[in-house]
Design a protein around this ligand. Sequence first.
Ligand code: NAP
Length: 498
Amino acid sequence: MTNPPTPATEAALLSSLPTGLYIGGAWRNASDGGTLDVIDPSTGRTLLTIASATADDGAAALDAAVAAQQAWAKTAPRERAEILRRAFEAVTARADDFALLMTLEMGKPLAESRGEVAYGAEFLRWFSEETARISGRFAMAPDGTSRLLVMKRPVGPSLFITPWNFPLAMATRKIAPAIAAGCTMVLKPAALTPLTSLLFAQVLADVGLPAGVLNVIPTASAGAVTGPLIRDPRLRKLSFTGSTEVGRRLIADAAQQVLRVSMELGGNAPLIVFDDADLDKAVDGAMLAKLRNGGEACTAANRILVQEGVAKDFTARLVERMRAHTVARGTDPSSKLGPLVDEGTRQKVHELVTSAIADGATLALGGHPIDGDGYFYEPTVLTGVPAHAGILREEIFGPVAPIVTFSTEAEAIRLANDTPFGLVAYAFTRDLNRGLRLAEELEVGMFGLNTGIVSNPAAPFGGVKQSGMGREGGVEGIEEYLETRYVGIADPYAEGLG
Ligand code: NAP
């Protein structure tokens, strides 16, 4: 177990970070000298002030990506694979620094940040291994008169826009397959948590990623900087992770250039507990699916549906477990729950809780912001939440578990699917046939059966309905950065044997 960080360790890490924009392999200030303050959500105080990109800086970043694209696409797969493998090793070697940085800028407990370093780094290793397996096919046309050569080409310069909730993994999940495929990139990280991306860019430069392949432009003016890039015909791909509301607007913008898009958007995950479930496993799974990342995850269990026969027992156990969860700054070794990311997020969570109570829900635990520094909120359980309550319709993004009871499997499926979102669902049951029926009936991109976590770099992550389009991770993830080119070849025997 590593020693808890001291204020001196924190200060040393922060003072070692690059604070500029990373464009064309060099660090530079914003063209207008503008800056952006990165805040520690556990204190509300500024951690570091960094450069904030302008639209001109965005254009320079795309210029650099475009200039690097042709040579990068021609590199040997093994060369790109080796860069990714070295990046995996370098991030793993600096796991303590990455974990501390994420805890400082995003708030989650250090143990969870270490988990994210392992998860985020694994995309580098996974796609390092996939790089050499990009291939096409060769076939004879059905009528025998020609040959069909199908090859894969990198899509080209890509823009990535990422959220604040997983500062490392949401970036590596895009950057690693793009490097594998031979694409160059511009990354615009979330304004709340850009520091991890800056450290990651530095690590990639150290392990030999050529200048211009990755350009990183934190900014306080997201739309003004990315809008012109999305409208620029040299950009070939937009990959976005964030809210459905912003995703919808970006899809509309991208339509002007018929730009290829991948969208990892919001969720409203049901977690269903049946009477026949192993309740210990179900409570463990609910804790993980609800409180991992402080509930600030697209995969967070947003609605806990419990069958009538076990509702009382399950609720009592969940309340006890959530009551025992220590709320503290993420650097405190006792911390199981850090602050929410900012005051706006905390206010939204509290509004959803108070309006659910006004709608008739009962407060079984918590239900209040915690006084003092930072944006902490009590672990909260609500029971008897009516179907029309906003808390069951919107992403909560906080440590709040709304419990709803149901009587039959058909009712559970109907309730689970009653949402425009379709990212993930979880169910706990000992009946394998029921588990398989749910896997077929639930309208989601991912389904966890007797588990509260599905994220895995070797698996395709993504949603259906308004949770998005495209997949990240798995053998599928690299396809987002490849396009298919078909070459028709005349019949080599048309003129007889030579
Ligand atoms: P968000 O508000 O949609 O922001 C996401 C990113 O988009 C940030 O970098 C943000 O920049 C940028 N952005 C905002 N408005 C923009 C605009 N008009 N033009 C271009 N970029 C813009 O989401 P968030 O609050 O950061 O993250 C939480 C959301 O992400 C949740 O809905 C969650 O479910 C979703 N999420 C989904 C997945 C998934 O894989 N499906 C994974 C993680 C999170 P600023 O930081 O400057 O606002």
